[in-house]
Design a protein around this ligand. Structure first.
Ligand code: MN
Ligand code: MN
Length: 448
């Protein structure tokens, strides 16, 4: 059942390379959810055939007219654009008087393996809001002339008790993830009483360079992210390594799909959600009523009677792909996968009837009728795809936004490219799977 996507896409090698190049620029720039929206909106605004609803620059609905009326239902492709990361705490900057360095307090966001974040160059990207509403955009560490920051790890010589005796999840506690941001220190005569302190020195630099006061950190969203650009991986350059594939890769491919779709049969909507990695809560997450609100705005835009029953009927007749990544078989950790039902790198978009954990708990579990329709659409259009489960039945699991779409009555199924090293600072995707996802979402909009 699993065929190489490279075989199926043999004639599309140039398209795959071109698409991959575009994606590499996008994913290298889009280090925060706000930046994803910024990137997408810039392009959406150029197109007169697209209508959009922007939710605070952190989630977005993009609509394109189809041949059918939206009263027949809408085809949604929904992805999340937040990524596991590390945030700065509201009171962040401090100095350590014994170690004589300045640091920032952090609080991680989403499911990270903390050991992957230490001893590597780190950038700070995000926004700071002044009291008067002025927004200061911050990006430090991405330009090669910028300084970077880092979490200094413990040397192996002294890690015997402090780390090696602990299990992996406890070896680096969250409170020890303090970002190293300075060390300049000149002795001064009256230092003990009131003199030089590193914290003040650093805060002065921050104030002078960016116009940020210490209290401004309280109203900021500064994200601590791996520094550097996405890269091609392998002698054959068949893969892309980047921070944030999960799930900006689906956001990007869905956005390209709605733009490139040829005469879409269905009214098409791409939804980009925030906060999936922390449970889809909040008013920019998929558990909010943004889907309903955006759909009502689209109905209004189309001159359709905006009443609650019509909305409910449209949603009930609608269909969705919850576009999110899956796990590719890791050659070194095969024991966590059930190989017959696991996604294989380079074998097309992974279709997951259900996600969840511990006996499908928390899963949407798509209806067989709907799975058959998706299969038909993809096979008809030669889209490389493969059936996939995340891992072995009792091994763990994961969820997506699927269940938050389906509760409005929308038929929903999960599908996205499979990654190696998901949630790591350097996630790996096959270029062929990237392109397969794009094709899969595009024909979903195009086909009956
Ligand atoms: Mn995801
Ligand atoms: Mn995730």
């Amino acid at each position: 059942m699993k065929k190489s996507a490279w075989t199926l896409l043999k004639d599309k090698k140039e398209d795959i390379e071109k698409f991959s190049k575009d994606y590499i620029s996008f994913i290298s720039f889009a280090k925060t959810e706000r930046r994803v929206i910024e990137f997408v909106l810039e392009r959406v605004k150029e197109r007169e055939d697209l209508f959009f609803v922007n939710n605070r620059g952190k989630s977005l609905a993009i609509y394109r007219k189809g041949k059918r009326s939206i009263k027949d239902g809408i085809r949604y492709v929904a992805a999340h654009i937040d990524v596991p990361r590390i945030d700065l705490k509201p009171v962040a900057v401090y100095d350590d008087n014994q170690a004589k360095v300045a640091l920032m307090e952090t609080h991680y966001y989403g499911g990270i393996k903390k050991y992957q974040w230490v001893a590597r160059p780190i950038s700070i990207v995000g926004v700071v809001l002044k009291e008067d509403g002025t927004k200061i955009d911050i990006e430090i560490g991405e330009d090669e002339n910028d300084p970077v920051f880092t979490f200094a790890d413990l040397l192996p010589h002294l890690a015997r008790k402090a780390q090696y005796t602990k299990n992996l999840g406890e070896a680096i506690p969250g409170e020890k993830l303090d970002l190293l941001i300075g060390s300049y220190h000149e002795e001064e005569e009256n230092e003990k009483e009131n003199g030089f302190n590193i914290k003040k020195y650093i805060l002065d630099i921050i104030k002078e360079k960016y116009g940020i006061d210490e209290e401004d950190f309280v109203s900021a969203e500064l994200e601590v992210v791996p520094s550097g650009r996405a890269r091609e991986v392998g002698f054959d350059r068949s893969m892309i390594g980047a921070y944030g594939h999960d799930d900006r890769i689906c956001g990007y491919t869905a956005f390209r799909a709605i733009i490139d779709a040829k005469d879409p049969k269905w009214p098409s909507v791409v939804l980009l959600f925030d906060k999936e990695e922390i449970g889809s809560d909040g008013n920019t997450g998929a558990q909010s009523f943004f889907l309903e609100y955006a759909t009502l705005k689209i109905m209004e835009h189309e001159g359709i009677d905006v009443n609650p029953l019509v909305l409910r009927e449209i949603l009930f007749k609608s269909q969705a792909i919850s576009a999110d990544v899956s796990a590719a078989v890791n050659p070194d950790w095969k024991e966590v996968h059930e190989l017959k039902n696991a996604a294989i790198l380079g074998h097309g978009i992974a279709l997951s009837k259900y996600t969840g954990h511990g006996g499908k708990y928390g899963a949407n579990d798509a209806h067989a009728e709907y799975v058959a329709l998706i299969r038909k659409i993809w096979n008809k259009n030669n889209v490389p795809w493969q059936p996939a489960e995340l891992g072995k039945v009792d091994e763990g699991g994961g969820g997506t936004v699927a269940k938050y779409l389906s509760r409005s009555g929308i038929d929903t199924i999960d599908a996205g490219p499979a990654l190696l090293g998901m949630h790591s600072p350097f996630e790996i995707v096959s270029k062929a799977d990237l392109y397969s996802a794009y094709l899969a979402y595009k024909v979903f909009f195009e086909e009956e």
